[in-house]
Design a protein around this ligand. Structure first.
Ligand code: KG4
Ligand code: ZN
Length: 371
């Protein structure tokens, strides 16, 4: 039997377990994150990537502890929660099921409403979160609230999402969804960072390590595909006109270019030029992201840009975003990488499902959410 919606005003408790981070967060009714707990498993680096079965098992071990910590840090109990949310997909299905089932059980036990959230909508919604006054905001946002508790970054805006699994440019006109302007045709930007890092002998995931290696390196030393350095030297890009004119991304050629470059160098030369290689490789990814973001703004006629996804934690990307002629909103780093506060922020704007209508919900791995 379907009951009527019983939730009064209350906090949102959200879970996110789409990959290898076990996350829970509490958002208050003003859209402020009261807690944002992220437990990174840190066991996958020895395999050079995330092992789905191991990720699921770790989520099972961690999920209750992470939820308890999120409630405790927020200073609330389950009685203060009016809505429960969880990532439904896309992601690793076994991993998603742990968060989704836990969240459904928490909601069902109290007959609370439940909101299933799309992971990518979560990355967009990280921008709706009202920034805490102390958050690191390297790119000044004149439209951001100057005092606590007003609003986050409001649509319409163009949003660049660049993570380990996804790279897309979107046009966001409301709080519920987005239109895709362009997406990657092959690797995601974070994947390009991770594969480059692996070739340079760094660990997994390698984005942050590659950024550290690039510090102090010469970004124009190697003209990798997609970079300004390549264009300055008259590079032809991919040579595919339709692709060059679109807002789609491609990083596979860049990865191959680094592989060939390294193959032609001695171990000693690679060691001597490691910072230059990393800086040039990073510049090619960042240049490609910035160039598409800039054209996305032109094509939509907007002057507001938001970002999301783990790659948005990259200092070089954040620095270059600051040079765009637009109002740029960059969430704090902990809201860019996978987290549950962004899932709660997305949930706040969705029409939730009533108890017990959500009990049969399933996770989805890729593509569009099943209706
Ligand atoms: O959004 P996210 O935490 O998880 C996914 O949904 O994929 O993104 C993880 C990705 C990884 O590929 C990681 O290497 C990359 O974000 N990343 C970075 C940095 N920090 C994380 N890439 C470049 N620079 C960083 N500082
Ligand atoms: Zn993500």
């Amino acid at each position: 039997m379907t009951r009527t919606l019983s939730a009064g005003p209350g906090h949102v408790l959200a879970l996110e377990t789409s990959c290898d981070d076990t996350c829970a967060a509490v958002l208050d009714t003003h859209g402020r994150a009261r807690s944002n707990v992220i437990s990174s498993q840190g066991v996958h680096d020895r395999y050079g990537g995330v092992v789905p079965e191991i990720a699921s098992r770790h989520h099972l071990e961690l999920v209750n502890l992470v939820v308890e910590q999120a409630l405790a840090e927020a200073g609330v109990t389950l009685s203060d929660i009016g809505l429960v949310a969880a990532t439904q997909g896309p992601g690793l299905v076994g991993a998603l099921l742990v968060g989704l089932s836990t969240a459904k059980a928490l909601a069902g036990g109290r007959e609370l409403p439940f909101a299933p959230v799309d992971h990518l909508q979560g990355h967009v919604a990280a921008n709706f979160i009202v920034p805490a006054p102390h958050e690191d905001r390297p790119v000044p946002d004149p439209s951001a609230p100057q005092r606590e508790g007003v609003t986050g970054f409001e649509p319409p805006f163009v949003c660049l999402i660049a993570s380990g699994g996804h790279t897309l440019l979107t046009h966001v006109t409301d709080h519920q969804g987005y239109r895709v302007l362009g997406r990657t045709l092959d690797d995601a930007a974070g994947e390009a960072f991770d594969k480059g890092a692996r070739m340079l002998g760094l660990g997994y995931p390698g984005g942050a390590a590659l950024e550290r290696l690039a510090a102090g390196g010469d970004a124009s030393a190697f003209a990798f595909p997609g970079s300004r350095a390549e264009r300055a030297r008259g590079g032809k890009g991919t040579g595919r006109q339709a692709f060059e004119q679109s807002l789609d991304f491609s990083f596979a050629g860049l990865k191959t270019a680094l592989l060939y470059r390294l193959r032609d160098m001695s171990a000693a030369a690679i060691a001597a030029r490691a910072s230059d290689l990393a800086a040039s490789y990073q510049a090619a990814i960042v240049d490609s992201l910035i160039e598409r973001a800039q054209r996305g703004l032109q094509e939509t006629g907007l002057d507001r840009l938001a970002v999301g996804g783990g790659v948005a934690a990259n200092g070089e990307l954040r620095r270059r975003l600051g040079s765009l002629e637009a109002t740029v909103h960059v969430p704090a780093r902990a809201l860019c990488t996978d987290n549950a506060a962004m899932i709660a922020a997305a949930a706040q704007h969705l029409q939730p499902l009533r108890y017990p209508d959500y009990l049969g919900l399933d996770a989805y791995a890729t593509g569009e959410r099943p209706l």
